[in-house]
Ligand binder design. Structure first.
Ligand SMILES: NC(=O)c1ccc[n+]([C@@H]2O[C@H](COP(=O)([O-])OP(=O)(O)OC[C@H]3O[C@@H](n4cnc5c(N)ncnc54)[C@H](OP(=O)(O)O)[C@@H]3O)[C@@H](O)[C@H]2O)c1
Length: 264
């Protein structure tokens, strides 16, 4: 094992705990790894409550995690998980709303039920978690606290067959702005991190297609999708800084994908 893998949490307990939703796989697991590397104490909130189920997190990191069950479409489960986090030494100081789903389909036949399911998870779930976290974060006013939402660059693109997902991420960005304005007096900062394509389960099949690889090479300034550890590292680094002036913003971390005109 490398020194990095065995390094104990280095931040003082008073720095508080970071709760990460959707901690079972994908970006959530990499966010956990990046936070642990920075010495944060991390609560891994997942539907099964057993922490990361995929990925190759070192055992030493897994042993440091606080694993809790949390389905973001279930208010009681969110409330119980966040109360438990806050009862631990240091208490809940940061929330990362990472859990999300992506349902794809032509709008002419996309059902209301599917649309609702996307909104329930990606927007209402994030809102419910933020609302449940609020009293615990407000109690840390002397130090300041933060909520990071994981949005998507689809919130500002026209993406056929992605109406529900794109709408959900645009709504999440709006929620991020509104809560930032409402809770700034409590020294709670909100930042919406909006990635481009990330090589995780949600997009892997699509990204493996030859025509999609060719599209990336031609159309995306960095010529490729991002790796989850790149987005995770960016997200974790935010918590090392003072987010007061950044509050309410959406930051696009998409390798220039959404701002590039493309070449003829
Ligand atoms: N991958 C991309 O290209 C991309 C691009 C932009 C933004 N994002 C965003 O990044 C975030 C993470 O996505 P990912 O790429 O890591 O996708 P992923 O590999 O499909 O992982 C999604 C995670 O969300 C969890 N989740 C889904 N519904 C949940 C619920 N009701 N309650 C609790 N957890 C739930 C899943 O848990 P289970 O294991 O229990 O299903 C899983 O941990 C999402 O918000 C996504 O929209 C992804």
């Amino acid at each position: 094992m490398t020194q990095k893998e065995t390094a104990p949490a280095t931040k003082p307990l008073g720095d508080g705990i970071v709760a990460v939703t959707g901690a079972s796989r994908g970006l959530g697991v990499e966010i956990i790894r990046a936070l642990d590397e920075r010495g944060f104490t991390v609560a891994a909130l997942s539907r099964k409550g057993i922490g990361p189920e995929q990925g190759d997190l070192p055992d030493a990191v897994k042993q440091r995690l606080i694993n809790l069950a949390c389905d973001v479409t279930d208010e009681d489960s969110i409330a119980a998980a966040l109360a438990e986090v806050d009862s631990r030494p240091g208490g809940l100081r940061y929330l990362i709303n990472n859990a999300g789903i992506h349902l794809l389909g032509p709008s002419r036949s996309f059902s209301n039920d599917d649309f609702r399911q996307v909104l329930e998870t990606n927007v209402i779930g994030a809102f419910a978690a933020a609302r449940a976290a609020y009293p615990y974060l407000r109690a840390k006013k002397d130090r300041g606290s933060a909520i990071i939402n994981i949005g998507s660059f689809f919130d500002r693109l026209a993406t056929p067959h992605n109406t529900a997902y794109s709408a959900s991420k645009a709504a999440l960005a709006a929620m991020n702005r509104c809560l930032a304005a409402e809770w700034a007096k409590d020294r709670i900062s909100l930042v919406n991190v909006a990635p481009g394509y990330i090589d995780t389960d949600i997009a892997r099949e699509y990204l493996a297609l030859d025509e999609v690889k060719a599209y990336f090479a031609r159309r995306v300034p960095i010529g490729r999708p991002s790796q989850p550890e790149e987005v995770a590292d960016f997200t974790a680094r935010l918590l090392d800084g003072d987010l007061t002036l950044l509050t309410g913003e959406t930051i696009y971390v998409d390798g220039g994908h959404s701002i590039d005109h493309g070449r003829v």
